[in-house]
Design a protein around this ligand. Structure first.
Ligand SMILES: [Zn+2]
Length: 416
């Protein structure tokens, strides 16, 4: 028998020596560059692409800590300080019960494992039609491991309702002119998997049965934020770059690909996933939706289109004006940048939103995926402020006629 099959690997974690879980042995073998069976922090950091030192928006210590739970094959105990999917579900139901005049709980779809994809619609006189108001969507946890994003979106819904019910002037004004949608957990199956099985999991949990490079592959999970696509010609180009062959991964780039085992697997076609389709139905199918903030972690930045190519969008000035206000509202210590960065990104929600005339931005929060729960209340406070600023600025820009023209793509043109 080969020694590398029976070998155990160890590393230092939470003040003691921990053994690598049997199903992570191959990973450990690749991490262990010097082959001594002990995984040093530098070896682990190198393997997972963690920077040599902590820097703004990226905490090396915290990220090493997260990856060590993955290697040990045990849940990150920080999960006890975060809401589970059931907690979010119960919380949304209780808000809907407590504030029936100002909100309504909707099920947008169902995940592969049968969990509802919820959104709470919040507006004044919620029992009446509000499709003439300016619609804004806040969503969290598209990526399974980004736990704090669900907290931020849930808390923002709760704060909005509380302050509206207390008669706070700004909130009464906002909810009279705007229809807000809060979807704290887009990827419910992924959240539960990352809480209980592998805290570094990113994708959804849909079974994948496909052919890649001629071979049949069974895998699990599609990256929801590489799966956006509205079925239009431009939408298809955003989902799959020009020249990219379907079901071949050698011609892909880092930020979205056709390899089902990759954490950024794009899926079969744009909107193939229940979660992506549900959110696109809400965002694209309702012509009053003018803005979307999608919460991710980590990196302390507001991100605007384009993502699928380098350069600027026609409404670049609008995004920079809005983005500047958001940075200020979130405490000032954040970056404002376009999504394309070093490499273009495919199938990203903000590009699909923008080509349909929606001001879509992504918010990267905190400096790791699962920060100490002690930071959650201040994080929620900061980004609730940003959310309300986003609503106010969209109302203002809408009144001044500066927002892009809304388009409803054929696939999501629903007769209501
Ligand atoms: Zn993310």
């Amino acid at each position: 028998m080969q020694t590398n099959l029976t070998r155990t690997y160890r590393f230092h974690h939470q003040g003691r020596t921990v053994t690598v879980a049997p199903n992570r042995t191959t990973e450990a073998q690749n991490i262990d560059k010097d082959g001594n069976g002990y995984l040093k922090n530098d070896e682990i950091a190198f393997y997972y692409g963690l920077p040599e030192e902590s820097k703004f928006g990226n905490n090396r210590e915290n990220r090493l800590f997260e990856n060590k739970f993955h290697l040990a094959g045990i849940p990150n105990p920080a999960k006890d300080g975060y809401r589970s999917f059931e907690d979010v579900e119960a919380g949304l139901k209780s808000l809907a019960k407590k504030y029936p005049e100002a909100c309504e709980l909707k099920v947008l779809g169902k995940t592969a494992e049968g969990r509802p994809i919820y959104a709470l619609r919040v507006t004044a006189d919620a029992k009446k039609d509000s499709s003439h108001k300016v619609g804004v969507v806040f969503k969290g946890l598209e990526h399974a491991r980004e736990w704090s994003t669900a907290e931020v979106v849930f808390d923002s819904a709760a704060k909005t309702l509380e302050k509206y019910a207390a008669g706070e002037e700004d909130y009464v004004r906002r909810l009279e002119s705007a229809e807000l949608w809060f979807s704290p957990v887009v990827n419910a199956d992924g959240l539960e998997y990352s809480r209980n099985v592998d805290n570094t999991w990113r994708k959804n949990r849909a079974p994948v049965d496909t052919v890649v490079n001629g071979a049949r592959i069974f895998e699990v999970g599609v990256d929801i934020n590489r799966n956006y696509g509205d079925g239009s010609e431009l939408g298809n180009l955003i989902f799959r770059p020009l020249g990219d062959k379907p079901n071949h991964w050698q011609d892909d780039f880092e930020n979205g690909n056709d390899a089902p085992w990759s954490p950024v697997y794009r899926g079969e076609f744009g909107g193939s996933e229940a979660e992506t389709d549900a959110l696109q139905r809400l965002e694209l199918g309702n012509p009053n939706i003018r803005g979307v903030l999608s919460y991710h972690s980590f990196g302390e930045s507001f991100v605007y289109p384009p993502g699928y190519h380098k350069g600027d969008v026609e409404h670049g000035d609008l995004f920079r004006r809005l983005g500047g206000k958001l940075v200020e509202a979130a405490g000032g210590d954040m970056e404002l940048k376009t999504s394309c960065g070093l490499y273009p990104i495919s199938g990203s929600g903000l590009d699909i939103q923008y080509i349909n005339g929606i001001v879509g931005m992504l918010v990267e929060i905190n400096d790791c995926f699962q920060p100490d729960p002690a930071v959650l209340s201040s994080t929620s406070e900061r980004f609730h402020g940003a959310n309300m600023t986003f609503v106010d600025e969209l109302l203002k820009e809408s009144k001044e006629g500066n927002l892009p023209e809304r388009i409803v793509p054929d696939r999501y043109n629903m007769v209501k």
